[in-house]
Design a protein around this ligand. Structure first.
Ligand code: NAP
Length: 320
């Protein structure tokens, strides 16, 4: 089968398509014929070799995918060949024609969700759910600012929050992104490339501020987020690409809480809560993964460049 293989860390060109052995499922594993694989920013951090925890070389990237079960190990009873599924983890990597996953990292894909959409489920929706509900404990009647709402995690956060009866303010920096955030249910959308956007958001809330901020670029925004945060507000840091100087008094004055999160730190009960909420949300139409662009598997280098350099408008997906 064909798979993308990384033999050395580096620029996107290290993502090479190769012929590799077809994986065979062990007793607890499921082999999935990949219909589409999700591309996440973390895949690019790993590829460059600067991430704190790196895979041993060579490796095939990716843990998000959607497709059809090809075969199952002897202990797997929940799935059978032909079932439509998505993956939340992979033993062999999802940038491939087939991927091997532990049974616990496979979940049913509702019939109304395409493989391209399914490839954009786990990392974005699980991250957004954890940031909003398991960390910041956002609830109906509150106001949430999704600071960076036009990408995979941001659109997922907008959809989750709206479905929970929360008032949503989103941000993006392109006209397409702003329109998309609005279409996905945000009550108001601002441009985060405009220096005055947090003052404008404060004004929009009649000076009260927002109860929760889901922050996609903390090194740029964490200090100034406090302008738009309400008293007793909560901020969940989802994304960060550098350092900043920060005045802790800002948090003291507002009795604010700042949560950090990394998706892989969830407990088993948190994971099951997320998985069940995703299935319900996809099935009842509250959650609709947005695909920005698909690339053939061999064009993984172009997909990696796109996710880092282009303005976001949903998910980037690879199709084998
Ligand atoms: P993505 O699809 O590439 O989206 C990036 C988002 O960041 C876009 O909405 C983009 O908006 C926005 N952005 C750019 N500049 C910004 C600024 N100055 N202020 C606020 N937002 C800004 O990426 P993603 O998959 O949604 O992931 C978002 C971030 O979360 C990434 O850094 C990723 O590594 C991280 N992440 C963390 C976890 C975790 O477990 N903590 C899990 C998943 C993802 P425009 O393009 O419209 O400017």
């Amino acid at each position: 089968m064909k798979a993308i293989v990384v033999r050395q860390f580096g620029e996107p060109e290290v993502l090479k398509i190769e012929d590799v052995e077809m994986p065979v499922p062990g007793p607890s594993q499921v082999l999935v014929k990949v219909g589409a694989a999700g591309v996440n920013p973390v895949d690019t951090y790993l590829r460059t070799g600067v991430y704190p925890k790196l895979p041993p070389l060579p490796y095939t990237p990716g843990k998000d995918s959607a497709g059809v079960v090809e075969s199952v190990g002897s202990d797997v009873t929940e799935y059978k060949p032909g079932d439509r599924v998505y993956t939340s983890g992979s033993v062999t990597g999802t940038y491939a024609e087939f991927t091997l996953a532990e049974g616990k990292d496979v979940a049913s894909l509702p019939a109304n969700i395409s493989f391209e959409q399914g490839a954009g489920i786990w990392t974005p929706y699980a991250t957004a759910f954890r940031a909003l509900f398991q960390k910041a404990k956002a609830k109906a009647g509150e106001t949430v600012l999704v600071h960076g709402a036009s990408g995979g995690v941001g659109l997922a956060a907008v959809q989750w929050a709206k479905a929970a009866g929360i008032s949503v303010i989103g941000t993006a920096s392109s006209n397409e992104g702003i329109e998309l955030v609005r279409e996905n249910g945000a009550d108001a959308v601002f441009d985060h490339s405009d220096d005055g956007h947090l003052d404008a958001i404060l004004e929009h809330t009649a000076g009260k501020g927002v109860d929760v901020i889901i922050e996609m670029l903390a090194n740029v925004n964490l200090e100034r987020d406090f302008k738009a945060l309400a008293m007793f507000g909560r901020i969940t840091i989802v994304g960060n690409r550098g350092s900043l100087e920060f005045t802790p008094r800002l948090a003291m004055t507002k009795d604010a809480s700042i949560f950090g999160m990394s998706l892989f730190n969830y407990s088993e009960s948190d994971r099951l809560e997320i998985r069940d909420a995703i299935f319900k949300g996809l099935s009842d139409g509250a959650l609709k993964p947005v695909v920005a662009k698909t690339f053939p598997l061999a064009e993984a280098p172009a997909a990696h460049r796109e996710i880092i350099t282009s303005k976001a408008a949903g998910k980037i997906v690879l199709v084998p």
